[in-house]
Structures are given as C-alpha cells and as structure tokens.
Design a protein around this ligand. Sequence first.
Ligand code: ZN
Length: 310
Amino acid sequence: MLNQIKGLHHMTSIASDASENNYFFTQVLGMRRVKKTVNFDVPEVYHLYYGNEHGTPGSVMTYFPFQNAKRGAKGTGEVSETVFSVPVDSLSYWQERLSTFAVQEMSMTEQFGETRLRFANPDGEHFALTEVHNDTREAWTGNGVSQECAIRGFHAAQMRLQDAGAMSELLGFMGYEKVETLGNVTRFSVADGIGANTIDLETLPIVAPSEQGAGSVHHIAFSVQDRSAQQEVRKALLDTGYQVTPVIDRDYFWAIYFRTPGGVLFEVATNEPGFDRDEDSAHLGESLKLPTRHEKLRPFLEKHLQPLND
Ligand code: ZN
C-alpha cells in the first residue's frame, strides 16, 4: 500500500463558455482565479484554475472551456459530484447566496452524516458544499465572500461506477481506507491528507456509461508532495500493471496520468512548484501565462481568446 498520496490535488472539467465559467467560480462561488493559461495541448483553448487564497493543492478546480462544447451525458465511469468544504454554520448563507444568483438544481441532502447543499454550474456539472469542522485552509475573500463562509478547498469527490470492486482495490492500493458503506455508496479516506481526503464511490450496475462533454469532469488529480514521491507512485502503478504516462511538466506541477478500471482518468500531481512560480502571489491569475513553447502564439491568443471580465 502506498503512503505518498495525500488526497485530491485538483479536478479538471469541461465547460462551454470561458466567460460564464469564470463568472460562476469567481463571482458566484467567490473563489480566486489562481491561473489564467491555455490548454498546453490545444493552446487556443483556455485552462482556467480557481482555488483558495494560495491555490493550495486540494483546492483547485480547473477548466478547459471549449466554446459551445456539447453537453456531456451523465452516467457511470465518471466523477459525479465534487464537494467543497465550507465553515460550520455557513450553509444557510450559501443557500441564500446561490438562490440570489439563480443557481440551478439546488437541494439539501444528507450523506454519511454530512449535510450537502447540492447545485449545478451553468454546464450542469454537479457540486456540493458541506460544513467541515476545523478546516484551517485559508479561503479567498477577494470576491465578496467572508472568511466565515468562504470555500476552503475540496472536501470530497464522488464517482459513479457500474462496479466499484476494482476501483475500491485501486484506492486501497493508493493508500485510501474504507470508512463506511451506506446503501450503494462507499466512503474512502486517506490518512494524513491535505484536507481533500475523501472519496465516495456510488455503485449503479445498470446505468449506462457517461459520455464526456461540457459539464463533465475530464480527470481527477491526486496530490503527492514532490517528484520523488511521484516516481515511487509511478513505479508502483507500473509494477501493478497500469499503463502510466511519462512525467509531464505542467508548469505549476508535474503530472502522470493513468486510466482506471471504471473508466475515470486519474492523474497524480506534485505539490511543487505551485502557482506562484511565474507570478506574484498578490496577482495570481490576472495575466495570461503561457508555457515557453507557446509564447510565440501570444499575439494571436491575446487577440482571439475570449476576454474575461472578472
Ligand atoms: Zn490535471
């Protein structure tokens, strides 16, 4: 069993409109845009990152906004809900705030003794907020949500699978322990994590596989401290028979990817070097940052990428 993985690092999803996506995460959810760059493989598309004050690993929701992308079809083999941590006694504030912004698909539910305020973003992607005691991660207050209520980072991610057996084994191998099963949902947690420590697996044997599109999670990334921990994880996965990519430089972290048995794409990303590697922490996310190999495209991209207002 591995002990290098410390919870979630980031989640990356597909959106259909950059400006709408930016507005939702910064102005509705009050998160900080911590990086404005492009998809390194498709540089005419943004890669937008939203997180807490410092964009700490375990807080960062990232997007590829493919303009007018067709909405995905929900089903099995995907992340079905991303849950953010908010302070105790803040859910009523959030319920009112989200209602004011006419956020869709809001409901209050209970899972493993936690109350979740569920909602969807403009592309129909499902999220929830849940109150977590003593989450010491520093929230961003620059977009009008106070420290008493603002999002700390991720609490959990939920996946929907036809058969959770192989995924349970994989999570166990990655260092997660089974906490509890209630109905068709099993909760896993990693010890000594960075705050985003929980994974819930929902088993739905007769639900068809999802089709990826706008509103779908593209991949889920797990956190390791540094490149040597990542190498240990990579070797262990290869030895177990997973097809793992070489280490890829994503400028703000180093990444490896592998496809899991249920169909979900996993990444393992390093906590180093972080989002302040190429801009001052007081100005994270403000200017367009490009990887060196795409710097020559800057004049084109600055002219053609959709302007972001906030
Ligand atoms: Zn990623």
